[in-house]
Write a protein that binds this ligand. Structure first.
Ligand SMILES: Cc1cc2nc3c(=O)[nH]c(=O)nc-3n(C[C@H](O)[C@H](O)[C@H](O)COP(=O)(O)OP(=O)(O)OC[C@H]3O[C@@H](n4cnc5c(N)ncnc54)[C@H](O)[C@@H]3O)c2cc1C
Ligand SMILES: NC(=O)c1ccc[n+]([C@@H]2O[C@H](COP(=O)([O-])OP(=O)(O)OC[C@H]3O[C@@H](n4cnc5c(N)ncnc54)[C@H](O)[C@@H]3O)[C@@H](O)[C@H]2O)c1
Length: 494
C-alpha cells in the first residue's frame, strides 16, 4: 500500500490550498478529487457566478450609456454570455491543472505531490479507499484532511428537477434567459443571481425569503439600498409572505404565497432558483469505524482538528463560514499545525467579504445587528457616498460607509460595511486594523490619494474622533455619528 504523510480529500479551494502548503513542508501528499478541480470555488460557484455578475454589470452600464444617446441596447445573447463564463471557468481549471502538471515534472517538487481523480472514503483512521469506475485502491496516511465541501440545500416540499426548478448547481446551464424567474431564499446567492438577471434586463425576477427582508442577516440601512436598486431594475420582492406550495405545471413553475393578512396568491413563472443555504458533503466520506463528530451544519472542528486525532477538516465541510478565503485560510493553517507551527492564530474576525450586488457590499467584522446580539455598546459613523468626490465623479453616489468601534477611549474597530462603488477595495485598510487589534487613530492620520473612495473611510474615522471636514449631523443623513447603549437599547447622536 502506498504511504503518504498527508492525504487530502477534495480539490476545491480549501483542499488545493492545503496541498500546496504541504508541498512547502516537503511532505508526501496525495490530493484526491472526484469531480472537477477547483470545486465550487470555480464551477457553479464563486468564479462562474462572479463572471456572470461582471458581464451583467457591463450590460447594465452599456444600456445606461446608450440611453444617453437615445439608443436602445440590443438583446443580450445567452449563449454568448454562457460561452464567456465557460471560458473563464476553463481558464482557471486549466491553470490549476497545468500547475499540478508542472509540479509533477519539477525536480524541486516532483516527489511531494500526487493528484488522483476518484471518490475517497476513509476506511479507518489511517486508510483511505479511492474508487474509480474500474478499480478501488487503498492508500495509507499519517494525516488525513477532509475538504469535501458543500452543495445546495434542498427543501423537501419543492420538486427540484434542475430543469424548471433549479439550484446554483444548474442555473448557469439553462438554454436561454427565462422570461420570468422566482428566487426562493434572498440570502447571498439569491440576491447575487437576482442582481445578475436583473442586470441583463431580460428576465422578470421575483424574490422570496422566509425572513422579513432580503439579506436578513444584514443591517436594515444596507438592505434598503440593495432593495431600492433591485426594485428600480424591476425585481419584485414578495414581502410579508410565505411560500406555501410550488409545483411544475405544463412546463411552468406555479407557486402560491400566503400573505400576513391571510390572503393567498398564485404566481406562474418560467423558472425557479432555490437558494436557501448549503449543506456539507459528508455522506460516505468516512466509515462507521471512524468516530468523526458532526452536527447539522458540518464537521465540528476545533481550529481544524476533528474529534479524531490525525484527521482534520477544512472549508465548507466544517460548521462555520462558507467562503473561498476562509477555506484557503483553514487549509493552510491545518498543514502548518500538522507539520510545523502556524504563523498566526486562526481568527475569523478580520475576514472580509464582498456581496456582488448592485452596488457591491463589502464587510468586515461586526455589523450593528451582530453587535446588538452580542450585547455590545458601540459608537458608529455613517458617511454617505454623496460626500465622496470620487463617487460624484463616477456619477454613482448610491451607498454609504458605516464604521463601528468600541464605545470607549480606545475606539477599537468592531466592524465595517461599505455599500457602493469600489466597496471591496475600500474595506482592506480596516480589515488590517482589526487584525492588528488597533484603534482608529492610525487610519485618521495616513494620507489617502485624491479622489478616492478610501477618503470616505478617513472621513468616517475623523468624524468619530471629532475632527472631520464635514461635521456630523449638519447635512441631513450625510455624516452621522451615534452611539448605542445595549442596556437601554438606545441610539444617541453625538
Ligand atoms: C453560487 C456560489 C457563489 C459563491 N461565491 C463566492 C464568492 O464570491 N466568494 C467566496 O469567497 N465564496 C463564494 N462561494 C462559496 C465558495 O465557493 C465555497 O466556500 C468554497 O468553494 C468552499 O471550498 P471547499 O474547498 O471547502 O469546497 P468545494 O469548493 O465544495 O470543493 C470540495 C471538493 O471536494 C470534492 N469531493 C467531495 N467529496 C469527495 C470525495 N469523497 N472524494 C473526492 N473528492 C470529493 C468535490 O467534488 C469538490 O470538488 C460561492 C458559492 C456558490 C455556490
Ligand atoms: N459573495 C460571496 O462571498 C458569496 C456568494 C455566494 C455564496 N456565498 C457563500 O455561500 C453560502 C450559501 O449561500 P446562500 O445564499 O445559499 O445561503 P444564505 O444563508 O446566505 O441565504 C439563505 C437564505 O435563504 C433563506 N431561507 C432559508 N430557508 C428558506 C425557506 N424555506 N424559504 C425561503 N427562504 C428560506 C434564509 O432566510 C436566507 O436568507 C453563503 O452563506 C456564503 O457563505 C458567498
Amino acid at each position: 500500500m502506498e504511504k503518504y504523510d498527508v492525504v487530502i480529500i477534495g480539490a476545491g479551494p480549501s483542499g488545493y490550498a492545503a496541498a500546496m502548503r504541504a508541498v512547502d513542508f516537503k511532505k508526501k501528499t496525495l490530493l484526491i478529487e472526484k469531480n472537477t478541480l477547483g470545486g465550487a470555488g470555480i464551477t457553479n460557484g464563486a468564479l462562474s457566478s462572479k463572471t456572470w455578475w461582471e458581464l451583467s454589470r457591463d450590460m447594465l452600464a452599456f444600456r445606461k450609456n446608450l440611453a444617453r444617446y437615445n439608443m436602445t441596447a440590443p438583446a443580450t445573447i445567452w449563449k454568448e454570455i454562457q460561452l464567456e463564463v465557460n471560458q473563464a471557468v476553463k481558464e482557471r481549471i486549466d491553470l490549476l491543472q497545468d500547475h499540478l502538471n508542472q509540479l509533477k515534472h519539477s525536480s524541486q517538487y516532483n516527489t511531494y505531490l500526487d493528484y488522483q481523480t476518484g471518490t475517497a472514503e476513509i476506511i479507518d483512521e489511517h486508510t483511505i479507499r479511492i474508487s474509480t469506475e474500474n478499480i478501488n485502491t487503498d492508500v495509507e496516511a499519517d494525516y488525513i484532511i477532509i475538504a469535501s465541501g458543500s452543495r445546495p440545500r434542498i427543501l423537501p416540499n419543492i420538486p427540484i428537477d434542475e430543469k424548471h426548478i433549479l439550484t446554483s448547481d444548474t442555473i448557469e446551464n439553462m438554454d436561454d434567459f427565462p422570461k420570468s424567474m422566482v428566487i426562493v431564499g434572498a440570502g447571498v446567492i439569491g440576491c447575487e443571481y437576482a442582481t445578475i438577471f436583473a442586470g441583463f434586463g431580460q428576465t422578470k425576477v421575483y424574490l422570496i425569503d422566509k425572513g422579513d427582508t432580503i439579506l436578513p442577516f444584514e443591517d436594515q440601512d444596507v438592505v434598503a439600498v440593495i432593495e431600492k436598486t433591485l426594485e428600480e431594475q424591476g425585481v419584485h420582492i414578495h414581502r410579508n409572505s410565505t411560500l406555501v406550495n410550488m409545483e411544475i405545471k405544463d412546463g411552468q413553475v406555479v407557486y402560491q404565497l400566503e400573505f400576513s393578512d391571510g390572503h393567498t396568491e398564485t404566481f406562474e413563472v418560467e423558472k425557479a432558483l432555490i437558494s436557501v443555504g448549503r449543506v456539507p458533503n459528508y455522506e460516505n466520506i468516512w466509515s462507521d469505524a471512524v468516530p468523526i463528530k458532526m452536527n447539522r451544519r458540518g464537521i465540528e472542528d476545533t481550529d481544524t482538528n476533528t474529534s479524531v486525532k490525525n484527521i482534520y477538516a477544512i472549508g465548507d465541510i466544517t460548521a462555520d463560514i462558507n467562503l473561498v478565503n476562509v477555506g484557503e485560510l483553514e487549509g493552510r493553517y491545518a498543514i502548518e499545525k500538522i507539520f510545523g507551527k502556524p504563523c498566526r492564530q486562526l481568527v475569523y474576525e478580520n475576514i472580509s467579504t464582498i456581496m456582488f450586488l448592485n452596488p457591491e457590499v463589502a464587510g468586515v467584522g461586526l455589523n450593528e445587528k451582530m453587535a446588538k446580539e452580542q450585547g455590545l455598546n458601540y459608537k458608529a459613523v455613517t458617511v454617505d457616498y454623496t460626500t465622496i468626490p470620487r463617487a460624484i465623479a463616477k456619477r454613482d453616489t448610491q451607498g454609504f460607509i458605516k464604521l463601528l468601534v468600541t464605545d470607549d477611549d480606545e475606539m477599537k474597530v468592531l466592524g465595517m460595511r461599505v455599500v457602493g462603488e469600489q466597496a471591496s477595495s475600500a474595506i482592506q485598510a480596516v480589515a488590517l486594523l482589526i487584525s492588528m487589534d488597533k484603534g482608529i487613530e492610525e487610519l485618521a492620520e495616513c494620507v489617502h490619494p485624491h479622489p478616492s473612495i478610501t477618503e470616505g473611510i478617513q472621513e468616517s474615522v475623523r468624524a468619530l474622533l471629532g475632527k472631520s471636514i464635514l461635521k456630523s449631523g449638519l447635512l441631513k443623513n450625510k455624516v452621522n455619528c451615534y452611539c448605542y447603549n445595549c442596556e437601554k437599547e438606545e441610539l444617541r447622536a453625538f
